[in-house]
Design a protein around this ligand. Sequence first.
Ligand SMILES: *Cc1c(COP(=O)(O)O)cnc(C)c1O
Length: 369
Amino acid sequence: MQGTYGDSTRSVKATDTERLPGSPVAPYPVPAAAYHLDPAEDDAQDTYGRRSNPTWRQLESALAQLENSSDAIAFGSGMAALTAALRVAVAPGATVVVPADGYYQVRAYAREYFTPRGVTVVEARCEQMCDAAGSADVVLAETPSNPRLDVVDLHRLAMTCRARGATLIVDNTTATPLGQQPLSLGADLVVASATKALAGHHDLLAGYAAGNHPDLMERLRTERLHAGPVLGALEAWLLLRSLATFGLRFDRQCQNAAAVAVMLRTHPAVRAVRYPGIPEDPAHPVAAVQMRRFGGIVAVELADARTVHALVERSALLVASTSFGGIHSSVDRRARWGDAVPDGFARISLGIEDTEDLLADLEQALPRT
Ligand SMILES: *Cc1c(COP(=O)(O)O)cnc(C)c1O
């Protein structure tokens, strides 16, 4: 039965609590730094808050259900999960491939942390990933890429990595586990920021790793214990609360993004639109094979920075903010952060507003020519 449930049912079920009469239906937070110890027992599950927490376990079970993995590990942010995964997977002297056109702080970390430690860091764009993987020990891929929404053929990349014995890590932040399941396409590990669509309310930071290799997951748990990039119990609880509505929110976000992409594609003020869900998009053929849903982000190029600012000013619904995946539709002009995109390039993240309202709002906010 589990396998036949729809995404919204799966989201609600993922956060289910045990049906014990008298116990709360909703998950509750357990904020704990220390636990009572049984002097006679040496291998208690919960001893100290950096090692384990019951709210983490519940969250991790929900995340594993959504990613279809045997295990998941919660972290204090997406970067905490991502950098822990790299530290565990990258051996001294190794070659690691990171996205040249993905989330910018990942490249910065690879350069600043790994290069001085004798690791060869190769930056590859989406279309170069498979070639670069041919001489790598660890490959980190991000698809669709943030912010340009190019797509990496994950099955092909996984075959290349497997042939070489390289570890494939996929950043699943933009796609989300309901949009794409990298582990089923051959990835060894998924890492993601839950700050974006999973948390979905612009109010907390969290991250996770999900996978099926017990030894890799064990090393990652030890890395979390030692380095300490842990998630607070209250954030874990809020994220659990958010996950129950994730299917519902993501449904609307995908629907809004598809409608907005179609509308922008023929708008005279728009120079270019990227959305992997529209058949005209160059990423669509690969996306259609490996993605279940195409997500809530649309990339658009307007004339210049001023036009993007004017759009935000005239819109009653779009908020100007970095980050994405929240309930409010938002716009972020990425050149501001140093991404290699034109000045008028904006990432639009669609929220859960009504589609008709968003279309009308954009229509009145965009310049006529
Ligand atoms: C935001 C983001 C991250 C970092 O996540 P945080 O929760 O902000 O640490 C990593 N990868 C991608 C693709 C992101 O969009």
